[in-house]
Design a protein around this ligand. Sequence first.
Ligand SMILES: NC(=O)c1ccc[n+]([C@@H]2O[C@H](COP(=O)([O-])OP(=O)(O)OC[C@H]3O[C@@H](n4cnc5c(N)ncnc54)[C@H](OP(=O)(O)O)[C@@H]3O)[C@@H](O)[C@H]2O)c1
Length: 328
Amino acid sequence: MTKKMIDLESLPYYDPLTNKKVAVITGGNSGIGWYTVLHLYMHGVIIYICGRNSHKVNRAMKDIQNEAFRRRSLEKHDFKEERSFGAMIYIHMDLTDLKTVERGCLKIIGLERQIDILINNAAVLALPYELTKDGFEIQLQTNYIAHFLLSLRLLPLLKKGHGRIITLSSVGHLLEFKYWKLDIKWDYKPNMIFTWIRYAVAKTASIQYTKMLSIKHPDVLCLSLHPGLVMNTNLFSYWTRLPLVGIFFWVLFQIIGYFFGVSNEEGSIATVRCALSADLTVEKDNGKYFTTGGVESTSSRVANNLDNAASTWIWTVRALKERGFDVK
Ligand SMILES: NC(=O)c1ccc[n+]([C@@H]2O[C@H](COP(=O)([O-])OP(=O)(O)OC[C@H]3O[C@@H](n4cnc5c(N)ncnc54)[C@H](OP(=O)(O)O)[C@@H]3O)[C@@H](O)[C@H]2O)c1
């Protein structure tokens, strides 16, 4: 582990019976999200895992529980008996279908009176151009628009707990070197190039709406982050599973990972820090961007520009309204 990573042991531990903390995460069943859930669970947080495949999420919950017990049994501290595990609950949500996002939110709202942490983690990358059933480009909807809707629907419960919204962006947002309107389709060939542009637009928008949220709702701590390069998650599997050339991409990603990458678990540290650190406050940190290991950083000039952020916000509200989703 590099020196710059935050020590997760230093973050607060909660007891679900006496000091309940509730988190909601998308994509908690694999990759970076899996380790994020593991650490939150070990810190005593109750976590709603929103996913599209109940089998995968239930299996992940079982594996996370086993790993948490294994790790706790190896801990040497005197206080290990005092630390409680949290809980994990599956919520069905397919981010390519906004109605399921609304249904999932209603379920959570029916079960909880307040939410402390929302983690917008799920994403797809590299997919060919495709429209969802809501009529958005698939990466834009999965990575950005569905999370925009999710955040606004859960906002009343987040406000009750003076909560946090943590949104995973990516260093890939830097590819948006000038502001592009969100209705540009980028439906060109080769996919290998334009899929990155579509990813960059979605990940820039994720930072922009985080900034807007922090301005519109200053009582909720809104942060975005790049988790690090984690080359062996499923994020890259569209390329590595391509017939014939897949093996080339696999080798290439392994090389990149070797020189510049971090492990899945190290990739989760920035999120866990943003979710739990008592050092981060609305007064001094709202709207900030973090990078690998939970270190404060700066996003691109395009993502930082508040006029761009406002345009992105207005476009998204209008696009959702046109589809029957009333948001403000
Ligand atoms: N890995 C990296 O190097 C890297 C770098 C920069 C940023 N990030 C960001 O880190 C986050 C986590 O990525 P990762 O590398 O851990 O990827 P991952 O292992 O592929 O995890 C992505 C998660 O998103 C879920 N997901 C995808 N589409 C969904 C949908 N339509 N509805 C519900 N859930 C959906 C996946 O569920 P299924 O299992 O059902 O597919 C999976 O749980 C992403 O936001 C990514 O952009 C990653």
